[in-house]
Design a protein around this ligand. Structure first.
Ligand SMILES: [Zn+2]
Length: 105
């Protein structure tokens, strides 16, 4: 067993666990009962562990890409609307793909 990710809360831990399992890596969430429903407890009690240590490097590489992309979009990437043409854009775009207008600050 090796820890691959320290989550801020249980939903994040489960998201990571699901992602790893969808890539064929068996994972478990530890400490979720300590955080559920209380909110004021230490943030590092919820973590994701993989069962097979030999998959550690692969899990780390997958997670790195995951946390940079889809995951980040889901957790902090607010979508925005282009002020010029009204196109609805996803949070990772800094520019409207339709008319080229830059994202307002
Ligand atoms: Zn636009």
């Amino acid at each position: 067993m090796k820890q691959v990710h320290a989550a801020r809360h249980a939903p994040e831990a489960h998201l990571v666990k699901g992602f790893l399992e969808s890539n064929g890596i068996a994972a478990v969430v530890r400490g979720e009962y300590l955080t559920s429903g209380w909110g004021e407890l230490p943030v590092d009690v919820c973590s994701v562990w993989i069962e097979d240590d030999r998959q550690y490097d692969r899990a780390q590489a997958l997670l790195l890409a995951f946390l940079r992309g889809d995951f980040a979009r889901e957790f902090r990437g607010q979508g925005w609307r282009c002020p010029k043409c009204g196109e609805q854009l996803e949070g990772q775009f800094t520019q409207c793909w339709k008319c080229g207008t830059r994202r307002p600050a």
